[in-house]
Write a protein that binds this ligand. Structure first.
Ligand code: ZN
Length: 195
């Protein structure tokens, strides 16, 4: 059992995974804020708390990753990008290493979407090994999610464009984790995307 079981985020994750029913609110916790924010504005999609937990789950259960800072980063990787949570708050709760990893994984929201997507391709090869692990799991989760359900309003062309872009990001992350890279390659092959 993890010595960090008492940390609110870990406890919350276990509660969620254990019950798979109603979420127990952790008032003021960024993940909860994140969940409510997402549920409020994207209600037609998969409930967003599934995403950070799903990314952490891929890392622990599929990729064999046990490094705590990687798992914490997986749970927190989108919080600054998508909520009012700050990097300083992440550092105060989880320390500098997790802060720096979340910084690496956060897009600059002041940029246009196309620029952000291009920068993900350009930055991927220069990411730290731990950030690369979370990025691989993030892409794997998102592509599996897309395979399950086409987001409302997405054409087949837009779908295919997303898979092609994801393959370009993954190209810069290779040599990091064989299991996740093989799982991603299987998806790209199914979609006829060159890797
Ligand atoms: Zn994500």
């Amino acid at each position: 059992m993890s010595p960090y079981i008492n940390h609110p985020i870990v406890e919350y994750t276990y509660l969620y995974l254990g019950s798979q029913s109603e979420m127990t609110p952790y008032i003021n916790h960024p993940i909860v804020e994140y969940t409510y924010w997402y549920l409020g504005c994207q209600s037609e999609m998969t409930p967003y708390i599934n995403h950070p937990i799903g990314v952490a789950y891929i890392l622990t259960e599929e990729a064999g990753i046990t490094d705590l800072s990687v798992i914490q980063t997986a749970l927190l990787h989108d919080t600054v990008e998508d909520t009012s949570t700050t990097f300083d708050e992440i550092e105060a709760e989880f320390g500098k290493e997790v802060r720096d990893l979340v910084v690496e994984l956060s897009d600059d929201k002041t940029l246009m979407k196309e620029d952000r997507k291009r920068l993900q391709i350009e930055h991927a090869p220069h990411a730290s090994p731990k950030a690369k692990l979370v990025k691989l799991a993030d892409k794997l989760y998102n592509l599996r999610d897309l395979q399950r359900t086409v987001p409302r309003g997405w054409s087949q062309q837009r779908m295919q464009g997303y898979f092609i872009w994801a393959a370009q990001v993954v190209a810069g992350l290779r040599g990091t984790n064989k299991i996740m890279e093989e799982a991603l390659d299987k998806i790209f092959k199914e979609r006829n995307v060159d890797v």
